[in-house]
Design a protein around this ligand. Structure first.
Ligand SMILES: C[S@@+](CC[C@H](N)C(=O)[O-])C[C@H]1O[C@@H](n2cnc3c(N)ncnc32)[C@H](O)[C@@H]1O
Length: 230
């Protein structure tokens, strides 16, 4: 009887004692930034490259001019907004969720990458993002879903996002406009990213699949109603 029970239980026992145990620790924390290119940044770079046609005119970006300078064309103004008053690259110091001092209808493009996870009042931030865009202006927001927490900022990180929450948040804020939401990542890239594996170490073929079940991050393009486009 005991032998029979052992036989029935053996597959489960094998699962609990896998030959390749899951590592107890990642290769590194802080998303691999000290080891190479974090996988999430690779996807955001690709997303912004694919949408570079919209980075034009009066452009607002958070923290720095990463994409304004590298991908923009016909940029007539490139502003940088940050809540952090010590950021010397920022010419607008404001909390996006309470950005009443930023004039309405000011920008053709707002690049809001990897920031909303730090903003508690998402609805207010999305409403201000919409308000400060000109009619026809475009917001790009990228947000994390399955990713390590930022080591230095973990106490001020508020959220992780899904395709559904982004669709709802931006469809409400950009009512009457256009909202497109896409996700990136798959099982392999989610696991690799959590483990601290960086772009330079991963088989490029693994990056291509987009899984609806294993999402690493979400990218949003939201266009304000009006302007030449409508
Ligand atoms: C991870 S960075 C954003 C990505 C940045 N463009 C880059 O190249 O890494 C997050 C930035 O959002 C800023 N931030 C956090 N909460 C904010 C808020 N409520 N309003 C405006 N900026 C905020 C932080 O100070 C930080 O500079």
């Amino acid at each position: 009887m005991k032998r029979r029970l052992r036989k029935i239980a053996s597959p489960a026992v094998r699962m609990l004692k896998p030959s390749r145990p899951i590592p107890a620790r990642p290769l590194c924390s802080n998303r691999g930034a000290e080891r190479g290119t974090p996988l999430g940044r690779h996807y955001v770079d690709r997303y912004m490259e694919a949408n570079r046609g919209d980075i034009t005119g009066a452009v607002l970006e958070i923290k720095n001019r990463r994409y304004t300078d590298s991908l923009g064309h016909g940029v007539v103004r490139g502003d940088v907004l940050d809540i952090d008053p010590s950021n010397r690259d920022a010419n607008i110091i404001a909390d996006l969720a309470a950005a009443d001092d930023v004039p309405s209808d000011s920008y053709d493009c707002f690049i809001l990458d990897e920031t909303l996870q730090f903003v508690y009042d998402l609805r207010s931030a999305a409403a201000h993002a919409h308000r400060i865009l000109r009619p026809g202006g475009v917001l790009f927001a990228t947000v994390p879903c399955t990713v390590q927490h930022d080591g230095e900022l973990k106490d001020v990180e508020m959220w992780r996002f899904t395709r559904g929450s982004c669709l709802r948040l931006f469809s409400e804020a950009f009512a009457g406009g256009e909202v497109e939401v896409e996700t990136y990542g798959n099982f392999a890239t989610c696991v690799a990213s959590l483990a601290g594996v960086v772009l330079e170490e991963i088989d490029p073929a693994l990056l291509e699949e987009r899984s609806p079940l294993f999402v690493q991050g979400v990218c949003v393009r939201a266009r304000k109603a009006g302007g030449a486009g409508t």
